[in-house]
Design a protein around this ligand. Structure first.
Ligand code: UT7
Length: 326
């Protein structure tokens, strides 16, 4: 009898810049307050890159930690998938830069751009390659330096984001692993959350601050996120014939504590079964879910055999989930 092959999380890791910016620090250069940021978002501080520090630097740190935890070497990797919307360069991909740093030259390596859902999208790719038997060991990373494209005079956006990377090593396993992934997108809502700078639309690198500018209609994004995540968690449980009571942990995208609480309420989950890192990291886009997952595992909260629901929502719009038995 042929056994089912699952993609199992064999190890996780984090990469955060050393520099921390608190809400009080932000009060110095934008009209805001610690009280406003904390009460509206739950964010108290965020890590930010310094001059010369890149997305690949953070991805490398997270990847080395994940590979050590999984007990795999560069030679074991069949594929590297990096979810990012802030690559070091337009090309080569951050995954290619990372592959060379890790000494894994030769394996497949590519980026996935799904904004804040980038890690979930990348995870679904790694899962599909392992489930189909094409790959045995896949490094999946979510890595961002969103603060590189913020307008630091725009209080609507600059208080929300931080930098960071998380990584997981997926290994083929017959016992346990990712049960399903669910991906969605709606390109019709572009104007609510985007960066208008690009290559093909006419990139003018000589312009001052070219590339800087995340534009967001926050309260509209908020409403869409809550609605999309509500139906996404229902869809994910239904696809597996499971009930919300079966879940051990919710590991959500960390954009806003109020969005996280709304999803937890939908699932009737007490907040002590929800992993929250938004107060420390801010919104690290594709970095947020794997950073939260790594913290949950390394702190000993999440135990082998438990049922985890991962979800994210972001620019595109994109949204997605993964249900897994850790
Ligand atoms: O990860 C990708 C997906 N992104 C998200 O999920 C973000 C979703 N959106 C949000 O998290 C929230 O909408 C925000 C945190 C961005 C904003 O919170 P809100 O409760 O929706 O506030 P709002 O946008 O409706 O603005 C309320 C007020 C406005 O003032 P008026 O017009 O009422 O006088 C804003 O100008 O708050 C003002 N405001 C600020 N005040 C102090 C906006 N930003 C700030 C600020 N400090 N940083």
């Amino acid at each position: 009898m042929k056994m089912t092959t699952y993609a199992r999380i064999a190890g996780t890791g984090s990469g955060l810049p050393d520099k921390i910016l608190t809400n009080k620090d932000l009060e110095q250069f934008v009209e805001t307050s610690d009280e406003w940021i904390t009460s509206r978002t739950g964010i108290r501080q965020r890590h930010v890159v310094v001059e010369g520090e890149t997305t690949c630097d953070l991805a490398e740190r997270a990847s080395i930690a994940a590979m050590q935890a999984a007990g795999v070497t560069a030679a074991d990797l069949d594929m590297i998938v990096v979810g990012t919307t802030t690559p070091d360069l337009i090309f080569p991909s951050t995954a290619c830069l990372l592959q060379h740093r890790l000494g894994a030259n030769g394996c497949a390596a590519f980026d996935v751009n799904a904004a804040c859902s980038g890690f979930i999208y990348a995870l679904s790719v790694g899962n599909a390659y392992i489930r189909s038997g094409v790959a045995k060991t896949v490094l999946v990373v979510g890595a961002e330096t969103l603060t590189r494209m913020l307008d630091w005079s725009d209080r609507n956006t600059c208080v929300l984001f931080g930098d960071g990377a998380g990584a997981v090593v997926l290994k083929a396993d017959t016992e346990t692993g990712i049960l399903s992934t669910h991906l969605h997108a709606d390109g019709g809502k572009k104007e609510l959350l985007y960066n208008p700078v690009g290559v093909s639309v006419g990139f003018k690198p000589e312009e001052k601050n070219a590339g800087v500018r995340v534009l967001m209609t926050g309260n509209e994004v908020f409403k869409h996120a809550v609605k999309a995540l509500d139906s996404l968690v229902d869809e994910t449980l239904a696809a597996n014939g499971l009930d919300k009571a079966d879940l051990d942990w919710l590991i959500p995208h960390q954009a806003n504590l109020r969005i996280i609480e709304a999803t937890a309420k939908r699932l009737q989950m007490p907040m002590d079964r929800v992993i929250v890192t938004v107060h420390k990291h801010g919104n690290t886009s594709a970095g947020s879910v794997p950073l939260a997952l790594d913290e949950a595992i390394r702190s000993g909260k999440v135990q082998r055999g438990q049922l985890l629901l991962l979800e994210a929502f972001g620019g595109g719009f994109t949204w997605g989930s993964a249900l897994l038995r850790y």
